[in-house]
Write a protein that binds this ligand. Sequence first.
Ligand SMILES: Cc1ncc(COP(=O)(O)O)c(C=O)c1O
Length: 442
Amino acid sequence: MAVAEQTMSGPEIVALSKQHSLFEWSAQGAIDPIPVSRAKGIYFWTPEGRRFIDFNSQLMCVNIGHGDPRVIKAIQDQAATLAYANPFMATEPRARLGKKLAEITPGDIDVFFFTNGGAEATENAIRIARLATGRHKILARYRSYHGGTGAALTATGDPRRWAMEPGMPGIIHVPHPHHGLKRGTDSAAVALEQLEEIVMLEGPHTIAAFIIETVTGTNGIHVPPDGYLEGLRALCDTHGILLIADEVMAGFGRTGEWFAIDHWKVTPDIITMAKGLTSAYVALGAVGIRRPIADHFKDKVFYGGLTYNSHPLGCAAALATIAVYEEDQLIERAKTMGVVMKQMHADLQARHPSVGECRSIGLFGMIELVRDRQTMEPMAPFNGTSPEMQALGKFFREAGLYTFVRWNGFFTNPPLCITETEMAEAFAIIDQGLEITDKAVT
Ligand SMILES: Cc1ncc(COP(=O)(O)O)c(C=O)c1O
């Protein structure tokens, strides 16, 4: 049966999905998924025709927007020609995608290993760093997410890691420059001084790499303080430590540059990507490495493999998606619409006492709510929720706005194709919703 001929109702889809499949990061009894049957641009619909604004680009991944016919056609054409070839073979989409990524990734990043998604990109980035340096320790920060598999989850610095501990040996967590609303963010000088001390105490010669989300995603859209990335680059260079930039969420135009790290003109040794690479039309991730690291594997085995590495459908979807970013100038658009969104954030902050802090770069944004702007008491505790945050989430859903509500905040991450009118439509709903949380302000 073709997907277009869907016959199940929304409640039937939800009931059967819940009966026979596990939903992630949740107690199964507590979830209430939205049934989705189709999507176009910044909107998606339930089988009953209820429309939602997708104000989180699903999982911060459908960057070009839903249902782009150019990407759909590329996937269809590739499926009709060659749906799959094993990763020991060479295909045209693989050949073209590597070349294209070498052009758009920072500095001399030149060689790519293709995966099924972000977590596998993290796994392989860590493996490459260990093999290339002969060292075993990996520094990773708190307030980070690097994926739900073994090494990636061990590197993750948020509560999603806890249930899987102790995880993989050799991963050392270091503080993130941001310390929550009450303490704020360290300056680059303070953060770097602390890192330098940790590097010394751990033994620089034992550290293979330092992995960071260039702009922190699910842990709160934190933009690094001025000078931080440049200082980190210098610190890594001094000690022969590889810098891994996790651009799985922040890459592909989300912040108004191809990659978030481009804002600071820093070249990482290893870069990971997924999500926006295909705008999630097909599952694909990648690890990019600089030429000297690639050269290490000229006469040494690269110990890594995946049945779906360099999947032709994924590579074809990525090529078509990158062409859409270019044709529609979506990277520039994210920058200009990012200015519009920042203004809308500021308007909300001026009108609603429960808005504690708004942060954004390009179309990567978050709003944190507080009970009191003097004390910055969050509207919900770390890793928790509150009746007010639950009521806000319910209001958004009933009003047809889909976004992530997490702890005391919510995200504003629309597809990069969003228009000003569509943005205003979303912010009108948010404006109304914040009346709920304003009532809790002391
Ligand atoms: C920064 C970052 N890295 C890695 C991942 C893992 O990607 P995936 O879910 O495709 O495995 C994510 C997913 O949200 C992410 O945000």
